[in-house]
Design a protein around this ligand. Structure first.
Ligand SMILES: *[C@@H]1O[C@H](CO)[C@@H](O)[C@H](O)[C@H]1NC(C)=O
Ligand SMILES: *[C@@H]1O[C@H](CO)[C@@H](O)[C@H](O)[C@H]1NC(C)=O
Ligand SMILES: *[C@@H]1O[C@H](CO)[C@@H](O)[C@H](O)[C@H]1NC(C)=O
Length: 186
């Protein structure tokens, strides 16, 4: 199933289950909050174990690719020269940042605006997303870094298959072209 649709079905299901809970009951509220907090802690733990493993492996295989400019930004495509180790660490840091931003937004929704429903969704989805994260799959779940897990990873458009995101390029011609463009801009 398309991952976006799978997530949507999962969210609808969680929303239905969440309605069965009496959130006015302080006991229920306590457990819902505790599950939410444990789940964020679990994701962070997975991230830090993964970072530890990447550093221990120290795979310094060079990686060079053209990073497509972000949509709606005027900057040219950028040539990135890195290693498997640094690339993977950066990807884990992105997930850590996402998790922290998620907690900040969730805290505001919950403690400021009294929303409780998103707590359920944000207890389950981040764990699912972490287990589907490319770097975690490679280093923690033992998947081979080939096929869809070949670096640089494909960029998944937030709009799903409707909008094909521009992909990082690794061929010599694209790298040369981007390097030339960068020189011109200096
Ligand atoms: C990782 O490998 C590089 C080169 O192969 C080496 O210079 C560096 O000291 C290593 N780092 C660690 C933490 O082992
Ligand atoms: C994560 O957030 C920190 C602090 O805002 C920032 O300095 C860093 O560049 C971010 N890392 C990634 C990989 O997005
Ligand atoms: C949130 O709930 C508390 C306690 O039930 C109440 O005092 C507060 O006014 C509510 N805040 C909002 C924004 O509804």
């Amino acid at each position: 199933m398309n991952p976006q649709i799978a997530n949507l079905v999962l969210v609808l299901f969680i929303v239905q289950v969440a309605r069965k809970f009496d959130m006015e009951d302080p006991n229920v509220l306590f457990y819902v909050r505790a599950f939410y907090a444990s789940s964020q802690l679990l994701v962070m733990t997975l991230c830090y174990i993964t970072k530890f493993k990447i550093k221990a492996k120290n795979d310094t295989t060079p990686l060079k690719y053209v990073e497509p400019a972000k949509p709606f930004q005027q900057e040219p495509n950028e040539v990135v020269q890195t290693t498997f180790r640094d690339y993977d660490l950066k990807k884990v840091d992105e997930l850590i940042n996402q998790t922290i931003i998620g907690v900040v937004i969730m805290s505001a929704l919950h403690f400021y605006w009294n929303f409780t429903q998103p707590l359920f969704i944000q207890t389950i989805l981040p764990v699912k997303n972490a287990l589907q994260n490319n770097v975690i799959r490679i280093h923690l779940l033992g998947h081979k870094a080939e096929g869809e897990l070949k670096r640089p990873f494909k960029i998944v458009s937030p709009f799903g298959a409707l909008a094909d995101a521009q992909q990082p390029a690794t061929d010599k011609a694209s790298i040369k072209k981007a390097e030339k463009a960068a020189k011109k801009n200096e």
